[in-house]
Design a protein around this ligand. Structure first.
Ligand SMILES: [Zn+2]
Length: 111
């Protein structure tokens, strides 16, 4: 059986910033995209990885994939990692706790 797993990315949010000039042409037609990488197994999100901000200028087409500016940090704070990206981890944790609870129960009350 082939298990499909890997890493993919999700667009969390985008902002059209009218105050920050483009690094290349100086026009203020810049769009920021906040992207979250995450791991998945069988299309179920397991664990979020890094978040990054990419910048795109609609005027000259300039593109920067890892923006490190103060603005980028602010946008990343405004776009929290969605809880459902932890779905797989939550399922695993619940399963583990259930097993733990069951073995404790068995150990305590079966004699
Ligand atoms: Zn530009």
């Amino acid at each position: 059986m082939l298990i499909n797993f890997g890493k993919t990315e999700k667009l969390l949010n985008y902002y059209e910033d009218q105050f920050t000039p483009c690094d290349q042409c100086g026009e203020t037609e810049v769009t920021y995209r906040i992207v979250q990488n995450y791991f998945y197994v069988l299309n179920i999100p397991i664990l979020p990885e890094e978040k990054f901000t990419s910048m795109n200028c609609t005027n000259c087409g300039y593109n920067h994939s890892k923006v490190m500016s103060e603005n980028a940090k602010m946008y990343e704070k405004l776009s929290p990692t969605p809880i459902y990206l932890y779905t797989g981890s939550i399922i695993l944790a619940i399963t583990f706790l259930l097993f733990l609870g069951m073995s404790l129960y068995t150990a305590l009350f079966s004699s």
